[in-house]
Write a protein that binds this ligand. Structure first.
Ligand code: SF4
Length: 340
């Protein structure tokens, strides 16, 4: 049954594929950067970032030598910043160990930081014609619906099974086939809403369509529990208008990023003054800004923001003008919510 999806899918893709900047050529650097950006991020949001990134860093060489802050600035707002750090690390390895030539096989690509099975499959098949599947959430959804599978798509074992099924029907144009499946998942066989089965080239082979299971499939059962963390954030402003930043030291979430000074938990006014005192600040006025929430993969930050006018500038902070903050300091989206 799976075999019969290949031809209609490839034909549909040839006629319907969207024109995207990274599809203009099969240059591995372009495919790689776009695939990394597209992880957890919608295409519309990526377009602008991709264009800006390519303008600043057109090749592996320039990416390998960019300053960390400038890199994070290019990534600012996209989230999941470890993706940007891994891009740079991988570029350095390509320069050093592969003499600047992009590795051309799934196995070699898989060894680079930030490149998992999906991305390695995408690059190897699209750029080097290697017959390997590239299974992401879109592909899992499409295949689960076509086969009518009730297995949990969040389990690695399900992904492995789908990879094997696709390997068996892989045509001579693996890159087009993989992209066609992803494209179908992104534009027709949609998540969180009714798929457009009336426009689907695979409806004749689709179990979910035939048996009215499209709203039920794929099965997604999450294991992890979300954690809630309260955070008090300070916008410390000096008389010359400069604002205090510091760098996150903790390993893990947003590690190494700039942030507005903050403490875990919610506090009384007296406790807030005590904290400011511990930081050797002379506060003149404290004003509540807003309460807001920022959602990460496993944690929700419940943030309360305070603007504090101070009349000194202790060296423990980095003091920057509002213009510098905008142009030179990558600030995670969570903290940008505290800006006017
Ligand atoms: S027929 Fe509907 S459910 Fe089946 S693959 Fe096509 S869009 Fe998805």
């Amino acid at each position: 049954m799976m075999k019969e999806i290949v031809e209609p899918l490839l034909q549909w893709y040839a006629e319907n594929k969207r024109i995207l900047p990274w599809r203009m050529d099969k240059e591995p650097f372009h495919v790689w950067v776009s695939e990394i950006m597209l992880q957890q991020t919608r295409i519309e949001a990526v377009m602008h970032y991709y264009a800006r990134f390519m303008e600043a860093l057109p090749d592996v060489q320039s990416l390998s030598s960019i300053d960390d802050d400038a890199l994070l600035k290019l990534w600012e707002g996209l989230g999941y910043y470890s993706r940007a750090r891994n891009l740079k690390k991988a570029a350095q390895i390509i320069i050093k160990d592969y003499r600047g030539m992009f590795p051309s096989t799934f196995e070699e690509l898989r060894k680079l930081p930030g490149i998992g099975e999906y991305t390695a499959g995408a690059i190897a098949s699209i750029c080097f014609n290697e017959p390997v599947p590239a299974v992401d959430g879109n592909v899992l959804r499409v295949i689960s619906r076509i086969t009518g599978s009730c297995e949990n798509v969040l389990l690695p074992v399900t992904k492995k099974k789908v990879t094997e099924q696709l390997l068996q029907i892989m045509p001579d144009s693996p890159g087009d086939f993989n992209e066609a499946l992803m494209e179908l998942g992104e534009t027709v066989c949609l998540p969180n809403t009714a798929p457009a089965c009336g426009e689907c080239p695979l409806s004749g082979s689709c179990t979910a369509y035939r048996e009215h299971l499209t709203e039920l499939l794929p099965i997604r059962i999450k294991k992890t529990k979300r954690r809630r963390e309260n955070l008090t954030v300070f916008i410390l402003t000096a008389p010359d208008g400069s604002i205090a930043l510091d760098k996150r030291k903790d390993p893990g979430l947003l590690s190494g990023m700039y942030q507005f000074p903050n403490i875990k938990g919610y506090y009384s006014e007296e406790e807030l003054y005590l904290t400011l005192d511990n930081w050797n600040l002379n506060p003149v006025q404290i004003e509540f800004i807003r309460e807001t929430k920022h959602v990460f993969t496993h944690i929700d930050w419940m943030m309360k923001g305070f603007r504090v006018q101070v009349n000194n500038k202790p060296e423990r902070f980095i003091w920057v003008s509002p213009e510098e903050l905008k142009s030179d300091y990558p600030l995670p989206a969570a903290f940008q919510k505290m800006l006017p």
